[in-house]
Design a protein around this ligand. Structure first.
Ligand code: HEM
Length: 473
């Protein structure tokens, strides 16, 4: 068999009552034994679709490692090693240069890309914005925004591309909580710009991997940067208007933008206009595509596993929608287990990569300054040493009674340590609300003979935008 198996697309299958979606066959040959040609092929595969470049080695070894692009790269698959590196030794990690090269020109000092003093200041100022009280306070707005959007998204057409609809919905919900709908631009136009922006963030350029100097232009980047400029202008316009309204003493909405404008405390100056722009762009980049991809995959998995779909439907039908929306997720445990299991199989933000700034010892293993450490959630979440039936959709493992047997550091959809996702609670509340409102009224049946194929960009998405027949329940 060829070392790269990307041309072989195995069909999805059933095993003992569990659905196994179609996924690439992991590369069997250990990367340390690759020839030069195979190494170059892997750069191509990484740029095209990194899921297809996953090796069996990274899914079976406690700490796979290989040399790539002149650096030693570790891919830990053992929760204890992950804890040791990312929690006990977090002060010896910095963001990996290739990641920063992709993200920083776009997100600048946004929380995801800030480092050192700037990151500490921003995280400190944003912590009060993302308290449970504030996050839960957004739940009713999220529910209202979802309810208003659903008829237009799913009411008209018999068949839809679910990926597009979910992106639209998640962006609408996020933008309503960020700016309270005070964005004048047309949603479709903004979404097209954001799609270009995310494409720019999510596609490692082979020139970057080969360390070609930054001053040599990457053509795919220029078009994306024009889209970034337009999105930034939209944010700064909304911020200026809000600040002016506040200065005039007018009542302003209780949303993320107002919280950011009101940031600051005795020891820390409030966020500046430029910092607010960076954070809002970061929230847009980090906060809607992730949730929408997970929702899309979940609805696909349930379209195949009709028994479990019926269980989720029974749960959402029994949910009392007069309860505050912030509580909905707590009342639909099986649905939320499906959501978590979906993020295991199709992690929305699959790569957590860092570089070591000091030597670190773990038992007899030596991690050296300059080594790259990359948690590949695709491999970790399907690691053969850690999971029973790693490739199967088995939501029951996330039910409260079973969950205790999952190590905190073997399942990391929201990252870990001090750089754990700041929007985790927001995302889970939102997922509960979307599932409840969508699945109460609509059912989706997969509408193609060819199974969706996972494609890794900045998120893990379906290569065919997920065609679905919409059935009004
Ligand atoms: C299902 C939804 C989401 C998933 C799976 C997700 C996943 C992640 C992951 C894995 C990280 C860590 C990245 C790293 O360490 O390199 C992260 C960080 C981050 N996320 Fe999320 N995220 C989600 C939703 C959100 C939302 C809704 C927001 C904001 C509204 C958000 C904002 C952020 C920010 C600002 C960071 C950077 C935190 C820091 O470095 O201090 N995310 N997210």
């Amino acid at each position: 068999m060829a070392r790269h198996n990307y041309k072989i697309r195995p069909a999805p299958k059933w095993e003992d009552g569990f659905f196994l979606p179609a996924t690439p066959i992991p590369i069997a040959k250990n990367p340390n034994d690759w020839s030069l040609i195979e190494g170059l092929q892997s750069i191509q595969a990484l740029a095209r679709n990194a899921v297809e470049a996953t090796t069996l080695y990274s899914m079976t070894d406690p700490c796979a490692h290989a040399h790539g692009f002149g650096t030693r790269i570790w891919v830990p698959g053992d929760p204890d090693i992950i804890r040791h590196l990312f929690v006990k030794n977090s002060s010896h990690l910095k963001m990996q240069p290739i990641r920063q090269m992709l993200l920083r020109p776009v997100l600048k000092d946004g929380l995801i890309t800030a480092e050192g003093k700037q990151w500490r200041r921003t995280r400190h100022l944003l912590a009060p914005v993302f308290t449970p009280r504030n996050t839960d306070g957004f739940a009713d707005a999220m529910a209202a925004s979802t309810e208003a959007a659903l008829p237009e998204l799913f009411g008209g057409e018999a068949q839809v591309f679910l990926s597009d609809k979910m992106l639209n919905l998640a962006y609408t919900v996020l933008s309503d909580t960020l700016f309270s709908g005070e964005i004048e631009e047309d949603t479709a136009r903004v979404l097209a710009d954001i799609a270009q922006l995310l494409n720019l963030l999510g596609r490692p350029n082979p020139m970057d991997m080969l360390k070609v100097p930054a001053w040599i232009p990457r053509l795919n980047r220029m078009r994306g940067l024009r889209a970034v400029k337009r999105v930034r202008a939209m944010i700064s316009d909304a911020t200026d208007k809000r600040m002016a309204a506040k200065a005039r003493g007018e009542a302003v909405p209780d949303d993320f933008l107002t919280l950011l404008i009101n940031s600051g405390d005795d020891d820390n100056a409030p966020l500046t206009g430029d910092e607010i722009e960076d954070q809002m762009l970061t929230f847009i980049g980090a906060g809607h595509e992730t949730t929408s991809r997970a929702m899309t995959w979940m609805l696909y998995l349930l379209s195949q596993d009709k028994e479990r779909r019926a269980k989720v439907e029974a749960e959402v039908d029994a949910l009392d929608l007069s309860l505050p929306a912030e509580q909905w997720a707590d009342h639909i445990p099986f649905a939320m287990a499906c959501f978590e299991e979906t993020m295991r199989l199709f992690p929305p933000a699959p790569i957590i990569s860092r570089e070591l700034t000091a030597d670190v010892q773990y038992k007899d293993r030596e991690f050296k300054t300059g080594d790259a450490v990359m948690i590949n959630l695709w491999a970790l979440h399907r690691h053969r040493n850690l999971w029973d039936r790693p490739d199967a959709f088995m939501p029951e493992r996330f039910l409260p009674e079973a969950r205790g047997s999952i190590d905190r550091f073997q399942y990391l959809p929201f990252g870990l340590g001090h750089r754990v996702c700041i929007g985790q609670r927001f995302a889970l509340k939102e997922a509960g609300i979307l599932i409840a409102l969508i699945m109460r009224d609509y059912r989706f049946d997969y509408a193609s003979d060819v199974a969706p194929w996972p494609k890794m960009r900045i998120t893990v998405q379906a290569d065919n935008a997920m065609p679905m027949k919409v059935i009004r329940r």
